[in-house]
Structure formats: C-alpha cells, structure tokens
Design a protein around this ligand. Structure first.
Ligand SMILES: [Zn+2]
Length: 93
C-alpha cells in the first residue's frame, strides 16, 4: 500500500487544516527488565495453571499506523490506515 509523504489534514492544536508530514510508525523495542514483565514471563513459563491474558489465537495481520506531524506547530498524531491487512505501508516518493 502506498501513501503520500505530505498531506493536508486537521490539526487539533492549530484547530484548522494544515500541511502534515507523514511517517510510518515503528514500534520501539520493549525493556526486558521491568518488574511486571519479569513476573509475567515467570508466570508464562509454567507451574501456575491457567494464566490470565495469554493469547489463544495469534492474529495474522496488523493495523498499519501512521504518524502525522503538523508543519506549523510540530504537533504529531497517530492514525490507523484502513483495517487489519497483511500489506505493508510504503511512502510514495
Ligand atoms: Zn498544528
């Protein structure tokens, strides 16, 4: 799926339509030493029976996210493009 690199859309901070720069969202790597995460991993290893929050079905597709940055005030918002798809987003040059 190809998307344009610049678009004119509503900015909640400027309260009007302004040109925005489009960037593809990429997830930052999660920290592994958080206490909650360590506890959950220990739980998932076993010895406790059924674990709450364990995914039964793994989803095949992902929601494609885009970050729009206002050119005037540099405020950025996330936006989901379409629904769940296997297609990857590309910025049109
Ligand atoms: Zn703005």
């Amino acid at each position: 799926m190809k998307i344009v690199k610049e678009t004119n859309t509503f900015c909640p901070k400027c309260n009007k339509h302004t040109p925005h720069v489009v960037n593809i969202y990429s997830k930052k790597p999660e920290l592994t030493f958080n206490m909650g995460k360590r506890r959950r991993e220990r739980k998932l290893q076993g010895y406790v029976g059924k674990v709450k929050g364990q995914a039964k079905v793994k989803k095949v597709s992902k929601k494609q996210k885009v970050i729009l940055e206002c050119k005037e005030c540099k405020y950025s918002v996330e936006r989901v493009i379409g629904t769940r798809t296997k297609k990857k987003l590309e910025i049109k040059r």
